[in-house]
Design a protein around this ligand. Structure first.
Ligand code: MN
Ligand code: MN
Length: 463
């Protein structure tokens, strides 16, 4: 700033929390970036926030969302505007969604198409994982260009054959080699499609068609087998590998073993696998909890919490994929129910209450799994994911004492139900700041449509 010393924003009296530290200091913001962190800042500021009694977090990163996605014939009602508003109101300042390659089209065509949808609407910063559904010579040649464009993370589906997006092991192995060569990170949806198909057909033939049978159609060993197979392929390709939405203790055990042998295997889990158990499928509204992989048992969620605490699960993201109750009712058998559950707005408060308050993870670890690890794994660090001089001024001011009952009515998603309806949390985001601009305050979204930016990310570096 030429000649002047006036800061755009100062946040004072709060307690800053990063992945490694907890300390009291004032934060000065200028031109959308953190300009100073000091015991006491001198000079004037255009705006001062008094954060006494509050915790100051880096903006939360939700590295796994599906906004306005066409799936099973209908589109998710949370578009880039409403999904990102829900995020902002939950302390999220960056999301990573997907551009899933259409058969016969290039990856970058879909990235551009998604950006055309997102850019005029999105209210927080965002980026895109590249979904690869067809690995031709042309696609392989495109991978370095996609990385160079700023999308260094890829997703392949080891299931969803009927939906037309499943890859085979040859494609998976070839993609792993390409990632290693060009600096990308491959992530997989790890479930064995044949096992799911066998149990689905068998259950339907036996007349077991309701949602009560959904989790039986996708047993834990379908995930376990796919996790182990993908690890073997990654090990022999000499490549790193990321697991989206890990749900089972068996899958986690395989990942832990691989990591103990020195392999760079990363796992994400989601709040629904940490907080809910499969008896939700016995409820009358069980279809509203249908997601893939399915919600598992208490033993699985306990194992995942332990994996998070000791570092074998690298981060938590939501897989936010919203269907209305009407969309959920379109399918009349368990295999036809539209998959996906909401989560972006409740990510931080649920993990704070259930994780930090209950002693399952430390406050620093919370920030590591929601901010710095997603930023590092996906090439956003230190622009995002921490509070440091020169970083984007993406900041979530959190009131650790605020009590809230989670209800659909108070959330901002364009959805008519929530999977945590009636849960009580203590600790809730109070103010969300995106690159120095306040976008959520006094329980209201106060940002602007289209204010979010596409963020080009750096190639993959090991944690
Ligand atoms: Mn998936
Ligand atoms: Mn997903």
């Amino acid at each position: 700033m030429a000649g002047g010393s006036q800061l755009d924003l100062v946040i004072k009296n709060g307690t800053i929390v990063t992945a490694s530290d907890i300390f009291e200091a004032e934060i000065g913001v200028e031109d959308g970036k953190v300009a100073s962190i000091s015991k006491s800042l001198s000079g004037q500021a255009k705006e001062v926030i008094d954060a006494k009694g509050k915790l100051i977090f880096p903006g939360i990163i939700d590295a796994h969302t599906h906004l306005e996605m066409l799936w099973m014939g209908t589109v998710n009602p949370d578009d880039f505007e409403w999904g990102s508003i829900a995020g902002a109101c939950g302390g999220v300042t960056t999301l990573i969604d997907f551009a899933i390659q259409k058969k016969g089209k290039t990856i970058l065509e879909e990235v551009e198409a998604r950006r055309q949808n997102a850019d005029p609407k999105v209210c927080i910063d965002y980026s895109l994982h590249a979904g690869v559904t067809d690995l031709t010579e042309a696609t392989l040649a495109e991978i370095p260009k996609v990385i160079q464009y700023g999308c260094p993370s890829f997703k392949m589906f080891m299931t969803y054959r009927k939906e037309g997006v499943m890859i085979d092991d040859e494609m998976l192995f070839s993609a792993l080699l390409a990632m290693k060569k060009h600096g990308g990170l491959l992530g997989v949806h790890a479930e064995n499609d044949s096992i799911i198909s066998y149990f689905t057909e068998t259950l339907l033939k036996e007349g077991k068609k309701t949602v009560a049978h959904f989790s039986l159609s996708r047993p834990s060993f379908a995930e376990e087998e796919a996790v182990k197979r993908a690890i073997i392929l990654a090990e022999n390709a000499g490549a790193s590998l990321y697991f989206f939405h890990l749900s089972t203790k068996e899958g986690l055990a395989a990942i832990t073993q691989a990591r103990d042998r020195g392999l760079d295997i990363l796992a994400e889990t989601c709040p629904q696998y940490l907080l809910l158990t499969d008896d939700v499928y016995l409820r009358e509204d069980g279809r509203n909890f249908v997601c893939a992989p399915p919600i598992r048992t208490k033993e699985d969620s306990e194992a995942l919490w332990q994996g998070l605490a000791r570092g074998d699960v690298a981060l938590v993201a939501t897989d936010h994929s919203v269907s209305t109750t009407r969309q959920k009712k379109l399918g009349d058998t368990f295999d036809k129910v539209r998959v996906g559950v909401p989560g972006i707005e409740t990510l931080l408060p649920m993990l704070y209450s259930e994780g930090v308050r209950k002693g399952r993870i430390s406050l620093n670890r919370l920030i590591e799994i929601l901010c710095s690890n997603p930023a590092k794994v996906f090439g956003l660090y230190p622009k995002k994911g921490t509070i440091a001089i020169g970083s984007d001024a993406d900041i979530t001011i959190f009131d650790p004492e605020k009590k809230v009952t989670i209800t659909t009515k108070r959330l901002h998603s364009r959805n008519d139900y929530n999977i945590y309806e009636g849960w009580k949390v203590k600790g809730y985001p109070e103010t969300t700041i995106l690159r120095g601009d306040i976008i959520y305050r006094n329980e209201r979204f106060c940002g602007k449509k289209g204010q979010g930016r596409f963020i080009a990310r750096e190639p993959y570096k090991k944690l």
